[in-house]
Design a binder for this molecule. Structure first.
Ligand SMILES: [Fe+2]
Ligand SMILES: [Fe+2]
Length: 165
């Protein structure tokens, strides 16, 4: 069946379109095109609606326990295989900015993976996790629970920049 693969291809494309348009909106704002930025954001959101629908129709959303297992595997793949290889290649090719971008992501994925594993243990016992604020570093993507450290443990960004969830 072609449709199964097509749904996942469309999911990838729409997911990327969402992030692209958000990057383009940021740029439009910087260049003083406020309304172009606003419409980029609206259409970015539309691409997310498409992406989520394709993903759901493809049958990729399981129970929360299954989804946590998927998340643990994904993060594990990224920090044990994908990013280490990408970091080495960037090093060899002397691509400093790319190397830093990969290193930030790699370090953050390790923390994401651990967080997902801890949540999985709770959900396996039928329990939700504790009602604690989560903090996101907007520079490197580190996520930690309350209490937040003074600075990001990965990139040293001060906690006042953290986004709270
Ligand atoms: Fe991650
Ligand atoms: Fe950070």
């Amino acid at each position: 069946m072609k449709t199964e693969k097509n749904l996942m291809d469309a999911f990838s494309g729409e997911s990327q379109a969402n992030r692209k348009y958000l990057a383009f909106a940021k740029k439009a704002e910087k260049e003083g095109f406020k309304n172009v930025a606003r419409i980029f954001r609206a259409i970015a959101e539309a691409e997310t609606i498409h992406a989520l629908k394709h993903f759901e129709v493809a049958g990729k959303v399981g129970s929360t326990l299954e989804n946590l297992e998927t998340a643990v595997e994904g993060e594990h793949h990224e920090y044990t295989k994908m990013y280490p290889e990408f970091i080495n290649a960037a090093e060899e090719e002397e691509q400093k900015k790319a190397k830093t971008s990969f290193e930030y992501a790699n370090a953050a994925e390790k923390v994401h993976g651990k967080t997902f594993e801890e949540m999985k243990k709770m959900v396996e016992n039928g329990q939700d996790v504790e009602d604690k604020d989560a903090f996101l570093c907007p520079v490197c993507g580190w996520v930690g629970l309350d209490p937040a450290p003074d600075r990001c443990p990965i990139c040293n960004t001060p906690s006042k920049s953290f986004q709270k969830f």
